[in-house]
Write a protein that binds this ligand. Structure first.
Ligand code: NDP
Ligand code: GDR
Length: 363
């Protein structure tokens, strides 16, 4: 009989899924991941963890499934009998949730219910511990600063409303059925493998490309939005810690320091050796480099119907009960992201210099 713990990660192909899988494998876990079917490969972030299934002592497995498909969730949980489930899968883009509200509700709200019900249907309530990827977006129109576990929620997007359901169904199943189920209310966390359409990665990628002459201008929405940005690598450690306690509880995870989108642009540009001068206001605001070329411009297309202007977390409870503190500073996070994106941009420059086309999405 193996004494190794078994974990199932939904959303394993995403940013957090990749870091968490790495962490759990290091800790000796058998790791199963749920991945959805896509027409192109979606395993870039976890390819380095792949183990040939023909080898012995394989500890990393992927299964096709979907948060909108109960039967696949029940089957995978039955087959893997996990000690821990980390529910990270979600349509996680706030702006996209205004365009796909129904799908977002299906995957991000009902998807949580489906996994919890699967645990119950299979009689695993007392065996399987459950982590839900809740979010600072729940605070939306903030009612208190900084935000902590007791701060009232006021969601401001279909994404946040769906996550609100996810949050409360976890609390309800914990209270109703005595399940070990908890919410990590995580503030924004980023990394070099952050999705390219979230603002931090969009910035570091564009600044890297601008610095190498591959792109002219970076178009952004609300430059005044303020966020509490941490590093994903630090935050997944917390996800694991939350499932190792005597009793299940919900925790805020944040750095306690806030920067604006404009601050992030300045920090990334500085890291890439570009100084930016800002002129104009609102939709007319533009950022110029030292030669006077406009390299950042506001595009209303990226404004949201309802915006979350400011988020700042208080992770005092996690610090006290879990002895957790973030390790990576804002400057280190930005530097790491810019460095990695400059390396990728150099590859693209090589390709371009040999006469081939490189893609330059504006999303
Ligand atoms: P990503 O967008 O990088 O990853 C999301 C993952 O969910 C991907 O693996 C994606 O698959 C998968 N997924 C999406 N829809 C479905 C579906 N219907 N069925 C199965 N899988 C699906 O998100 P992050 O890693 O950044 O975030 C992880 C979780 O944490 C999410 O739930 C997010 O909402 C939440 N969160 C994130 C924060 C952050 O700052 N990063 C902060 C607070 C909460 P594919 O790769 O195929 O797209
Ligand atoms: P967020 O992250 O909505 O906080 O959700 P995102 O990086 O998308 O936006 C942060 C802030 O930047 C402003 N912004 C822009 N955003 C994007 N994406 N693109 C732009 O061009 C742009 N210009 C300005 C936004 O308006 C916003 O105010 C992330 C996701 O990971 C969620 O899944 C997670 O729950 C929360 O963080 C915590």
């Amino acid at each position: 009989m193996s004494t190794r713990k078994t974990a199932l990660i939904t959303g394993i192909t995403g940013q957090d899924g990749a870091y968490l899988a790495e962490l759990l494998l290091e800790k000796g876990y058998i790791v199963h991941g749920l991945k959805r079917r896509t027409s192109l490969f979606n395993t870039d972030r976890i390819d380095h963890l792949y183990q040939d299934p023909h080898e012995t002592d394989v500890r990393f497995f992927l299964h096709h499934g979907d948060m909108t498909d109960s039967s696949s969730l029940i089957r995978i949980i039955q087959q893997t009998q996990p000690d821990e489930i980390y529910n990270l899968a979600a349509q996680s883009h706030v702006a996209v949730s205004f365009e796909e509200p129904e799908y977002t509700a299906n995957s991000d709200a009902l998807g949580v219910l489906r996994v919890l019900e699967a645990i119950r249907i299979l009689g695993l309530e007392k065996k399987t511990r459950f982590y839900q990827a809740s979010t600072s977006e729940l605070y939306g129109l903030v009612q208190e600063t900084p935000q902590r576990e007791t701060t009232p929620f006021y969601p401001r997007s279909p994404y946040a409303v769906a996550k609100l359901y996810g949050y409360w169904i976890v609390v309800n199943y914990r209270e109703a059925y005595g399940m070990y189920a908890c919410n990590g209310i995580l503030f924004n966390h980023e990394s070099p493998i952050r999705g390219e359409t979230f603002v931090t990665r969009k910035i570091t990628r564009a600044i890297a490309r601008i610095s190498l002459g591959l792109q002219d201008c970076l178009y952004l929405g609300n430059l005044d939005a303020k966020r509490d940005w941490g590093h994903a690598r630090d935050y997944v450690e917390m996800q694991w810690l939350m499932l190792q306690q005597d009793k299940p509880e919900d925790f805020v995870i944040a750095t306690g320091i806030q920067y604006s989108v404009r601050d992030f642009v300045n920090a990334a540009a500085k890291e890439a050796g570009i100084a930016i001068t800002w002129r104009g206001h609102g939709v007319n605001e533009k950022g110029y480099d030292l030669s006077g070329k406009c390299i950042v411009a506001v595009d209303e297309r990226y404004f949201r119907p309802t915006e979350v202007e400011t988020l700042l977390g208080d992770a005092g409870k996690a610090r006290k009960l879990l002895n957790w503190t973030p390790r990576t500073s804002f400057e280190e996070l930005v530097a790491e992201m810019v460095r990695e994106d400059v390396n990728s941009a150099k590859c693209d420059a090589l390709v371009k210099n040999h006469g081939y086309r490189t893609m330059n999405y504006h999303e």
